[in-house]
Design a protein around this ligand. Sequence first.
Ligand code: PLP
Length: 403
Amino acid sequence: MSTTASSVSAFTASTRAQMTKLSSTAAVVMAAEKLRSQGVKVIDLGVGEPDFPTPDHIKDAAKQALDENFTKYTSASGIAPLRKAICDYMNSNFGSDYIPEQCCVVLGGKQGIFNATLALIDPGDEVLLENPCWVSFPEIVHFGEGKVIPVDTESTDFHLTAEMVKAAITPKAKLIIINSPSNPTGRVIDPAEYRKIIEVAVENGLWVISDECYLQFVYPPHEVNSAAALTPELRSRVLIAGSLSKTYAMTGWRVGFTLGPQDWVTEVIKIQSQSATHAASIAQKAAIAALTQSQQSVKTMLAEYQRRADWFIPALNTVSGIKCGKPEGAFYAFPNIKGLMANCGFATSKEAADELLLKYGVVTTAGSAFGAEGYLRLSYANSLAAIQEAVERIKQMVADRAK
Ligand SMILES: Cc1ncc(COP(=O)(O)O)c(C=O)c1O
């Protein structure tokens, strides 16, 4: 039987797919690409990844895996030596006692959060999210047909507190996702407050995902902290979503992990086994080298981020209408640009970001993409020279708009 174009109905995406937005950060990347192809010298402060290469010893481990033909399927949960390396790393750094059965290797932190959320929530369940937060959290909740309960943190300069969490808990709340250091705000929750937040969540029957993607990128006097440092009772309700992407400049390798209650992780593994199957075998070997060998590259990157922030934040504060606090972790500045918007006649942060991109070739991300109007997210995972040039261009825009 032949089919004609007219007898076949047009493709209609599922309701679930229609509800899922293309990442707004991905949309910015596409716009910047277009400008570059037109010969514009674009400065990218939109990037959410280290501007450093993956360290050589990690690449060598991957090359060796290839030479040894380590190129076949692995178990869905990841290879045993990597699961052990992940547990050893967290246990030795934070005094926990995770065992490999509590660990699933995933394809980056994002997939870990995706699998863990889908393993937990049913349609209609409510999920507390800090607002502003990373763009993927609400989308993942929507994909699971859950409802987002935003916990607004603007009043405390984006520091989540136990009090705020307590006030936001609803009868249908099942999960809270916490992200410290935070993308987009660069805020770090101090260990005592972090423990109180988890206590409040657990007392109220919530489960917790602790997104520790930027775990090691914390600027003193703030402290590196993990859910792994909690008591075993509290840890029994918390799943850590870890990632090697930022820590070891391995964004393209797609390796992360979920670590937490065995029942929860078992469900994560089940979902993994029916979707991605497992993280790439070669990347898993590289991840063992990353976690078990020298950690010097992490220190070097952190020192460089600090050096850039030390120049960048004071420079931003010299721009009329911008107020920017010091980042405490990650590699993002999150300036308040409400004054700049008023001075320059922008109704929204998206308008400001679009003008900066299209007229001045500076890629930024509007705060509204993360749920906070009146802010911009500026990544300093770019060279100091590029950051300096970007500040000049921002000043130029302000001067031009004032004319
Ligand atoms: C807050 C946060 N969590 C998780 C991720 C996921 O990173 P990956 O999937 O590369 O590990 C990112 C990436 O930008 C992030 O910013």
